[in-house]
Write a new protein. Structure first.
Length: 81
């Protein structure tokens, strides 16, 4: 079971992932092809419904052409705790 704090982290991560994807003008399907992650799974991650594995984070970072640490830097965004 995921704690409330954990749920908030998943939502923040998903929002950050969505912002990165949109900033690169990628649809779910386009990103799916680039990172070898199912488009429906990308959507669920962005919605905070899925806790992505390390391997998924690595695949997403490849598709977005960013270092994995950039994906995990979601808590350092302005206005975030």
């Amino acid at each position: 079971m995921i704690s409330e704090k954990g749920k908030e982290s998943l939502l923040q991560f998903g929002e950050h992932l969505r912002n990165l994807r949109v900033s690169k003008n990628l649809s779910y399907r386009q990103m799916s092809l680039l990172c070898n992650v199912d488009h429906a799974n990308i959507r669920r991650i962005e919605q905070g419904k899925v806790n992505p594995t390390l391997l998924t984070i690595e695949e997403l970072s490849l598709g977005l052409d960013v270092h994995p640490s950039e994906l995990l830097n979601y808590k350092n965004l302005e206005g975030r705790p």
